[in-house]
Design a protein around this ligand. Structure first.
Ligand SMILES: CCCCCCCC/C=C\CCCCCCCC(=O)N[C@@H](CO)[C@H](O)/C=C/CCCCCCCCCCCCC
Ligand SMILES: [Ca+2]
Ligand SMILES: [Zn+2]
Length: 318
């Protein structure tokens, strides 16, 4: 009897290679690559002399993912495929409590959104650890889907009302729309998970466009400084992501295959800037009893400091 995942094109292609007896192809189909930064290692179950058939890898098995980042596999550990790509996810575990701590004034007013976001960032970290540790198909899906769901949850809380599509009347309807679109993308992800990464990055470009259009109407220098810092961190992050994904040959020549690890750290830092920025505009437009202000920890005047949102009660005049 066929397993349900055997209908997925990625696994059909692997089966075709396996049936053709293409052993080199089988390993490359499983994600093992033979470039200089990679040490060619068999999967642990092969090394342990397991009698499992290599004909159809399980969706949970090591190296069954569609993608394999530039860092060499199993170079530092027998059980962790990409060691530095795995441990660099610690950044997601750090930013979660930092966001809660720094923006505690907003958290006092609206607990739920920031708790949800922090919880989702922890989940992103956990799934990314699992993915880079195993490079499994399920790991890849969970890694990408958790980012999609985090974005979706953030949209439902903070997406500005004046940007809702014309046919949407209120935030409840908008939440339904986001839920339906997210469910559709989640299902489509099973067909070609690697397309997801590009789709997710295009959301970042849309966020940038939205921020740019807000900034045109905003004269607060602190907000402009925050946006500029966020763009710099994000540009560095996406530069690392692209370098690792498209220029692995170059990375091998310079003998530095760790750009994806830097991506994890830099995108986490850019989120520390991105979240207070979006919440600033949310408070400005949708919480009229408060005046938002961007401040920096530990000190406003430091060149590198962490931004947070301070709220002041507005005194309504009659
Ligand atoms: C109104 C909206 C408010 C915006 C709030 C922002 C919510 C944050 C949402 C998601 C967190 C992203 C975490 C990234 C995790 C990276 C894990 C990873 O490395 N995955 C790769 C495989 O290992 C995968 O290839 C990466 C795919 C691309 C992910 C792109 C995520 C973009 C998220 C947007 C971040 C905004 C930053 C600044 C925007 C200008
Ligand atoms: Ca790799
Ligand atoms: Zn990653």
């Amino acid at each position: 009897m066929q397993e349900w995942w055997e209908g997925i094109p990625h696994f059909q292609a692997q089966r075709a290679r396996a049936v053709a007896g293409d052993h080199v192809g089988l390993y490359s189909g499983l994600g093992i690559q033979t470039r200089a930064c990679y040490s060619v290692r068999k999967q642990p179950w092969v090394e342990r002399g397991s009698t499992d058939s290599p004909g159809m890898p399980s969706i949970f098995s090591y190296l069954s993912a569609e993608v394999d980042w530039c860092e060499g596999n199993f170079e530092h550990s027998r059980s962790i495929a990409e060691y530095y790509n795995t441990i660099s996810n610690v950044s997601f575990f750090i930013i979660s409590p930092v966001l809660l701590y720094l923006n505690n004034q907003y958290v006092q007013e609206h607990r739920k959104p920031v708790y949800y976001l922090s919880g989702m960032l922890l989940l992103v970290g956990i799934f990314s650890v699992y993915f880079h540790m195993t490079l499994s198909y399920v790991g890849q899906l969970l890694d990408e889907l958790s980012i999609l769901w985090t974005l979706a949850i953030s949209y439902t809380f903070w997406f500005p009302k004046n940007r809702f599509p014309k046919f949407i009347k209120n935030r409840t309807q908008f939440r339904w729309l986001v839920a339906i679109i997210t469910a559709v993308i989640t299902l489509l992800s099973f067909i070609k998970p690697s397309v997801n990464a590009y789709l997710l990055n295009s959301f970042a470009f849309y966020l940038l466009y939205m921020i740019w259009s807000f900034l045109r109407k905003c004269e607060d220098g602190r907000v402009h400084r925050l946006a500029a810092a966020m763009v710099v961190w994000w540009a560095l992050a996406i530069g690392c992501w692209i370098t690792d994904k498209w220029f692995c040959g170059f990375c091998q020549r310079i003998n530095f295959c760790y750009f994806h690890s830097f991506w994890h750290i830099l995108i986490a830092i850019s989120l520390l800037y991105c979240c207070p920025l979006f919440i600033y505009f949310y408070v400005l437009y949708e919480m009229p009893s408060f005046q938002p202000q961007i401040q920096y920890w530990p000190c406003d005047s430091w060149v590198v400091a962490l931004p947070y949102l301070a709220l002041r009660k507005t005194h309504k005049q009659c």
